[in-house]
Write a protein that binds this ligand. Sequence first.
Ligand SMILES: *Cc1c(COP(=O)(O)O)cnc(C)c1O
Length: 397
Amino acid sequence: MSLLDLSPAAIERREKRFLVGNYNRTPFHPRWGKGAKLYDAKGRTYWDLLAGIAVNALGHQHPKIVRVLRKEAESLLHVSNLYFHPAQGLLAEKLVKASGLARVFFCNSGTEANEAALKFARLKNPGRPEVAALLESFHGRTLGALSLTGHAAYRKPFGPLVPKVKFVPPNDITALRKVVSKKTAAIFLEPILGEGGIIPLSRPYLQAARRLADASGALLVFDEIQCGLGRMGRLFAFQKFGVRPDIVTLAKPLGGGLPLGAVLLGPTLNGTVKPGHHGTTFGGNPLACWLGLTVLEEIQRKRLLPRIQKLGQWLKQELAQLKKRCPAIVEVRGAGLMWGIELNREATPVAQALLAKGFVVGTARERVIRLLPPYVVPQKALRDFIQTLEKILKEEK
Ligand SMILES: *Cc1c(COP(=O)(O)O)cnc(C)c1O
């Protein structure tokens, strides 16, 4: 017997004793995965409809990802940004060609991507102290990104934050027009708000934001960290809406499960960011970038985008039908493989009941069940989920 007690109970006790305590973890112990399936410490099987919060787009243990990890383990894991390595340039080239934007900066996470975007916006628009952002938005937890996050409870204990962020309600064009001016450096938007409860922005709203940015000289920044890189059935969410931003931030699925973030800059920012303005030790490390290339190649090779579009259309209909059958469902929102099911009650107990029946789902705010499955999720998993959710909502009352 091992001296180390790795039983679920011991793991929980150890964490409770030694970790800071900033997470309210669900007592779930996944240990192994394959595709859209997860297996816990007791060997029970689950459909993974959350993908580690939109990260594992290709599912678990994808053979290509495993191959790249094995191969790169025998070359270099890290070189720093002092020197050259082929991976960053190759991934940047792919992102530029697919997006039509011009240049890329790599970092390690979503919040870092938004920090960098905010700094780049200030470089491009000096003397413009203001930023427009949305109520209910989420852009990350570091102080700059937190300053742009439109959920007061997250910000409150940490002031003073970056000043002069003007929050407006999503999809309210008049409200946005009132806050965007020659003093605005940037408008930060999630095309579909994720943490805020899966709130899609309308095409007219995004178009209006583009026009306001053009008229005022503010930069239009799309945070596609959760909704981007295929989840909408297009590689970039902005392509679905036909509105081109000046800056796009990416992270979650980009590194194929390893930490990797990116800021894509449009041609208007060419030459804005100079040596010394920004940097990171780990950002764009070779291994994460190789995995990023693998993710993009697999999305293309396996034609995952049309698959996501089709599944999204189907889910839209199925969830609309489910809503008709279940008075507990207030609203269903989303597109592609990003859906929120808003309930007339707290979502956490429902998510726990789903977990007990073998479905890993997320929640957002108090009352929204959040689905962010891997792009390879079988249709059957989603169909079974809908049946199970219906049973739970009808039994619960
Ligand atoms: C998750 C998320 C972030 C923050 O990403 P981290 O990698 O957790 O720092 C920022 N914006 C959006 C839209 C996100 O979903």
